[in-house]
Design a protein around this ligand. Sequence first.
Ligand SMILES: [Zn+2]
Ligand SMILES: [Zn+2]
Length: 407
Amino acid sequence: MSTKLIACHECDAMHYQESIPIGAKALCRHCGYLLYRHVPGSIDIALALYLTALILFIIANVFPFLALELGGREVHNILLSGGLAMYDMGMGELGLLIFLTSIIFPATVILGMLYLLLFVRAGVFPPMAGPVYRLVNGLMPWSLLGVFMLGTLISIVKLQDLANVIFGPAIIAFAVLIFVYTFARSRFHPAELWNLSPVKSPEIHLQEDAFCLNCHTCGYLSQDISLHKCPRCTSPIHHRKTNSIEKTWALLAAATILILPANLYPVMTVIRFGQGEPSTILGGVMKLIQANMWGLAMIVFIASIVVPIMKLLILIFLLISVQKKSKWRPRDRTQLYRITEVVGAWSMVDIYLVGILSALVSLGSMSTIEPGIGAVYFAAVVVITMFAAQSFDPRLIWDNVRIKQIE
Ligand SMILES: [Zn+2]
Ligand SMILES: [Zn+2]
């Protein structure tokens, strides 16, 4: 049979790949996951966009980002400054987190994609395609350009009554970069890469309850139970993520414990004319409300308090439902899972905010902002819950609902 079989990444349902109209998307019939789309010339478009992203990225890192002016004194700031300020103030781990998620990871994604796309465009299967694609794919959820921008915007608004904020060329390049980067990601269809590989999936015999392994990196299908490594992309291959439920529970327990110090200890201390007032996350929200900045207060409250707690509750609910072998609304539960994956990273906004403010507001005796230990706990909560969402295997939701069906 020549028709190509593909397995959905999120629920494992098998589908025959059909040709679809230009611009159309093929979604999984069960869980609604995007299986593939038809974008003519997608490789050229993706390549052009990633090249543009690289140029914008360089501009964003080389030129001044923001400057703060108060009483004739100016503090200049480049993109790197937030992380460096944290490091200087003895919070190296936070500095590293900011540095990795706002600079190193996005740079690796852009360079890795350019490497793959240049080969694909030439019609050649790239050497080390598996490890490179796996790296790029693994770092994408941790490349938080948009969240960093939101943190920057909030700090600008917060600083407005303190001093004069001057925009640098880098911030404009950075804003455009976010759009180009997001668009580039949506243009690339991984099948165009894997179709170039000489290794093809073996013929699959579809019967009721037939066992089939699906490589999460490249979509290679096999019915060979003894297979541990994908022959096409060398990724480890499992029927389900190993010990998904236990790992997710352990991470959730750790995050739940850390949420307490994250909210009880100050995340930053604002020192004005020698007078310091430490503030917690909730304290920061209250201050924004007192300053009549309701919109900002809402954003910080939702990102820093509502989202982490909601994420923990959703993941706990999903784990219990899977362990109880629930058949209740699998599609809605998968949707809930996707929400936790997407919104989780936005909680990082508070960490960026603290980093940017610490870097900018160092006006000696007049005004200084220092990060507090609560920020470290809070960052740990965000990172651990992101790992928890990644360690949960959404296919477990579907395992209790149906035996393998082919559409
Ligand atoms: Zn699906
Ligand atoms: Zn593979």
